[in-house]
Structures are given as C-alpha cells and as structure tokens.
Design a protein around this ligand. Structure first.
Ligand SMILES: Cc1cc2nc3c(=O)[nH]c(=O)nc-3n(C[C@H](O)[C@H](O)[C@H](O)COP(=O)(O)O)c2cc1C
Length: 250
C-alpha cells in the first residue's frame, strides 16, 4: 500500500508513479488529516509512506497520522521523501517511527522535486521545475524496482549532526514560524474556494466568499501556490514571486 501526504502535489506525483510500477493501492492520507482522523489498515505486507520534507523531517502531521493509525502485525515500511534540496535528519525520524510501530524498516530515500516553500524561498521557473521533475522520474523508477523486489534501500548516509540539528530546530520552528497569520487573500480573489479545498488540515473556511485561515497550519503552501488567480499572499515576502502550481502544471 502506498500512503501519501501532499501540499502541492509533488508527493502525490511520486506516490502515483510507485503505485503504477508496483500495482499497489494508493491512499491519500489528506483524506484523514483533513478530518483529524486516523486509519485502520488491515493488509499485511509492504507499506510505502510518501511525503514532503518540512524542515529536514517528515511533516509532523504525517508522522502523527502513521503513529496513531492501526496497522497489521507483519509490515515492512519504506519512506520516500520529496524535497527541494535534501532530507536532512528525516531518516532518523522514519527509522524511529518504524521501530515504534513494530514495522520492519526497509529504508528512507529522497526524491528531489521543485521547491514549493514560497513563504521562505523563491520557487523555480517552469523550465527549472520541469527539469527537476524529469530528473526525478528515473530515480522513482529505481526506487519502485527495489520496492517491488522487497529490497532494502541503500543507507542514505545521514550524518549524526544532521539529525541533531533537525531535532534542535524542529519544535521551535513549528511553534514560532508555522503560523497562518500572514496569509491573506488579495482583491484578485474570486472566492472559488480552491484554497479551502486543497488545505490538508481543513484550516481554511470561506466566509462571505473569501478565505479565512484558522490557526492549525502546517505551512504546506497549497493555498498560496495552487490558487488559480495567484490571489493569496504570505505577508509582503511573496509579492511578485513565481507560484509553483504543482507537477501537473509544468
Ligand atoms: C514547510 C516546508 C518546509 C520545507 N523544508 C524543506 C527542507 O528542509 N528541505 C528541502 O529540501 N525542502 C524543503 N521543503 C520543500 C518541499 O519538501 C518540496 O518542495 C516538496 O516536494 C513539496 O511536496 P508536496 O508538493 O508533496 O507538498 C519545504 C517545504 C515546506 C512547505
């Protein structure tokens, strides 16, 4: 089973490719995280967890979803992380979670995809994004072969300091920076509700035809990047920046 979490579609794109190559069932964890619900999985065998990297680790909401969901006794777990540059301390988090859940840990791998963290960085041009996605396809294809043959993934060579620095930064980052307060809709907003529909935590409600953000935000950047009118801004820092409309748009 391939279980994925996504903000702007990169992880869905990778999960779909793996599912196509392995013939495994695809499950969108966002269906559950939007309702703040866990899941019960009853099929023993291989589980592939696909998600973006948030601050050198898997998203806490996805780790919590896996942690609190129910799995059968005999599971082998792969973790595939989409990221813009590197997965940092993520293998440490994935390995620890696999141990906690009693999974046989089969490894963690990164797949470089376009940058979506527009609140902090510049996103790529459509050409740069296309090149990244094209380069990712054979990487995912090799990972799919390993998964289909139930082979362990190679050790990604995470350094001890990478895990240590991720651990030091993560909690304060979530507490002080992952806030939705600077999000606002501009006069370009047509009230279509796409931002609310894509939010993986159902943290946006439409009021009088305009989006209103609650305080349960994991900074997935779906609302701002996927807005068809580019009518969402995050403070002043996103004005004039290119939006990343997701892998299907490039
Ligand atoms: C909150 C946040 C934090 C991120 N942190 C990192 C990071 O530490 N390293 C990195 O390489 N990419 C980072 N990224 C980029 C994403 O991991 C990358 O663009 C990913 O493919 C997005 O996947 P999605 O489209 O499935 O949401 C971050 C993105 C967001 C939104």
């Amino acid at each position: 089973m391939i279980i994925y979490f996504t903000g702007t579609g990169n992880s869905r794109f990778v999960a779909e490719q793996i599912a196509e190559a392995t013939g495994d069932e695809l499950v969108n964890a966002v269906k559950y995280t939007r309702k703040n619900r866990n899941a019960v999985f009853s099929t023993p065998g291989i589980y592939v967890f696909v998600s973006p990297i948030y601050v050198s680790a898997p998203p806490m909401v996805f780790l919590d979803f896996i942690r609190h969901s129910t799995f059968p006794g005999d599971c082998r777990a792969y973790f595939i992380m989409t990221c813009a540059g590197g997965m940092g301390g993520a293998p440490g988090y994935c390995k620890a979670l696999a141990a906690e859940k009693g999974f046989t840990y089969m490894g963690t791998a990164e797949v470089e995809m376009p940058q979506n963290y527009i609140a902090m960085f510049k996103t790529g041009t459509p050409e740069e994004n296309r090149a990244k996605i094209e380069a990712a396809v054979p990487v995912v294809s090799n990972l799919s072969i390993a998964i289909r043959n139930c082979r362990e993934l190679p050790d990604p060579g995470m350094k001890g300091w990478e895990l240590l620095s991720t651990r030091m930064v993560l909690a304060p980052y979530y507490k002080y920076f992952m806030t939705s307060k600077p999000f606002a809709a501009t006069e370009k907003c047509i009230g279509c509700g796409k931002c609310a529909a894509v939010c993986p935590l159902a943290n946006i409600v439409m009021q009088d035809g305009k989006p209103v953000w609650g305080d349960n935000c994991t900074h997935c950047m779906g609302c701002i990047n996927l807005c068809p009118k580019e009518a969402v801004e995050y403070g002043k820092g996103t004005h004039g920046k290119l939006r990343y409309h997701g892998p299907r748009s490039v």
